[in-house]
Design a protein around this ligand. Structure first.
Ligand code: HEM
Length: 456
């Protein structure tokens, strides 16, 4: 057991408090209407009510935690599993047998299978693909004109994840289909999470039909990718081979459904989170030209003017800080949920078995108690001499514990490379029709970012 996972000594059960109820609830809907109307503001103001707060979503009581220390305790405690409204809404997409939604021994086995593909020492092998895809982006953008950052960011995110982890040479047409399908599916999932009106989503309405079509295409695409690999007879050293060769606890091959769910559970969160973060980074480069210039200067100092290479990434410390600061202010994953599997406690409050617990990395990472000038974009706050004052767990965009994102090294390498290459190549300006305001969905990202790239 690591030191991090040691739980504080629990007080006597009779001494535990009932957490306060957040204000502003209304009969029947409770706080649901506030959460649906302005989820980011709602989650952020909960800290004013206490460290652990009860909120009512319709008839259900949900517990929210609002301090960095308690989010760490929640994520590291064995008393909670992955479940709750976010995961239930994602199950139709991710299946019940994929790593993102499984719990217990199945989850541990799945992590063992996928982990090698994401280890720190596995990442340099993806360098050439990341470089190639980033340079392709620059070549396309050199042509001038307006860039639709949503489709462009999705495109590179899907292509890099699919090419690195599934080694497909087939990805061009499929990457486009994946992008289109994922965009509709994630939008529909979000509606189903915040407005959980089950039967309404079964009506033959155009939006429901589009959602069902996109979901079916996504599953079909994954089946095609798996079938093609099998038919090729090839076994490259990649994640798909690891999944196809994996054995269950009895030494038998894992089932078809599990392989399918695993591919979906890795590709889809990977694409959506990376795409959203690239959009946020592009907005930063456009809104803070001085930061863009600073990144460009660092890149040129490190490369001496040659094209940026994957190996440069570890020396691009300021660029890395820009990425971290962008992720602090607009974390792709802005809400996380867990479910208590036993009667337990958090921060001296009673949490009953079966309770859903929710927290918002967005609220935690913008808390003025953790960050000076908390709303200011200041990458230098991540200099070691300044960042040491930031409380533990106040910046964990990849989470901690057994559900921590397996792809933290992969993601940081890719995002730093993309930021470096783009700032080295262009200055960016928003054009008419561009809306940089935050769009809340399963992930956070700028609403409709349209940029003009001006070559340097
Ligand atoms: C900016 C990029 C990313 C961010 C911010 C991010 C964030 C996260 C977070 C916060 C979790 C934990 C969820 C929880 O605690 O409940 C998670 C889990 C996960 N992420 Fe990521 N992620 C990113 C990129 C990726 C990529 C590129 C992939 C795959 C290619 C990926 C695959 C996964 C998977 C499979 C899980 C589930 C892990 C488990 O439950 O054991 N993520 N991610």
């Amino acid at each position: 057991m690591t030191v991090e996972s040691v739980k504080p000594v629990t007080s006597d059960a009779s001494e535990l408090r009932e957490p306060p109820l957040a204000g502003g609830g209304v009969p029947l809907l409770g706080h649901g209407w506030k959460l649906a109307r302005d989820p980011l503001a709602f989650m952020a103001q909960l800290r004013d009510h206490g460290d652990v707060v009860r909120i009512r979503l319709g008839p259900k009581t949900v517990y929210a935690v609002t301090t960095p220390a308690l989010t760490g305790e929640l994520a590291l405690s064995p008393d909670y599993i992955i479940a709750g409204p976010l995961w239930e809404s994602l199950e139709g997409l991710l299946g019940k047998e994929g790593v993102a939604t499984a719990n217990g021994p199945l989850h541990r086995r799945q992590r063992r299978i996928i982990q090698p593909a994401f280890r720190l020492d596995a990442i340099p092998a993806y360098g050439p693909i990341m470089e190639e895809e980033t340079r392709a982006l620059v070549e396309r953008w050199k042509g001038g004109g307006t860039i639709d950052c949503t489709s462009e960011s999705f495109r590179i995110a899907v292509r890099v994840a699919a090419r690195c982890l599934l080694r497909g040479q087939f990805m061009d047409e499929r990457a486009e289909r994946l992008c289109v399908a994922l965009a509709s599916v994630f939008q529909g999932m979000y509606h189903r999470m915040v407005v959980p009106l089950g039967p309404l989503y079964r009506l033959p309405l155009p939006a429901n039909r589009e959602f069902n079509r996109a979901l079916a295409d996504l599953h079909l695409l994954v089946d095609e990718i798996i079938a093609e690999r099998r038919a090729s007879g090839q076994k490259p050293d990649d994640l798909l081979t690891a999944l196809l060769e994996a054995k269950d606890d009895n030494g038998d091959p894992i089932g078809e459904q599990e392989i399918h769910d695993q591919v979906v559970a890795i590709l889809t969160p990977g694409s959506e989170t990376i795409a959203s973060t690239i959009m946020s980074l592009l907005l930063v480069l456009a809104d803070h030209p001085e930061q863009s210039d600073k990144v460009c200067a660092e890149v040129r100092e490190v490369t001496g003017g040659r094209p940026v290479a994957f190996d440069d990434v570890r020396r691009l410390t300021h660029t890395n800080n820009v990425v971290v600061e962008a992720m602090r202010l607009r974390p792709a994953v802005w809400i996380l949920t867990r479910r208590a599997v036993t009667d337990t406690e958090l921060g001296g409050c009673r949490i009953p078995a079966g309770a859903d617990i929710v927290y918002s990395p967005y609220a935690i990472q913008r808390d003025p108690r953790s960050y000076e000038r908390h709303l200011e974009f200041d990458p230098d706050r991540w200099h070691p001499e300044r960042s040491k004052d930031i409380p533990k767990y106040a910046m964990r965009p990849f989470s901690v514990g057994n559900r921590k994102c397996p792809s933290d090294h992969f993601s940081m390498a890719l995002l730093t490379l993309v930021t470096a290459v783009l700032a080295d190549g262009f200055r960016f300006e928003q054009v008419t029709g561009s809306v940089g305001a935050t769009r809340v969905g399963i992930t956070l990202r700028p609403q409709r970012l349209l940029l003009k790239p001006v070559p340097r």
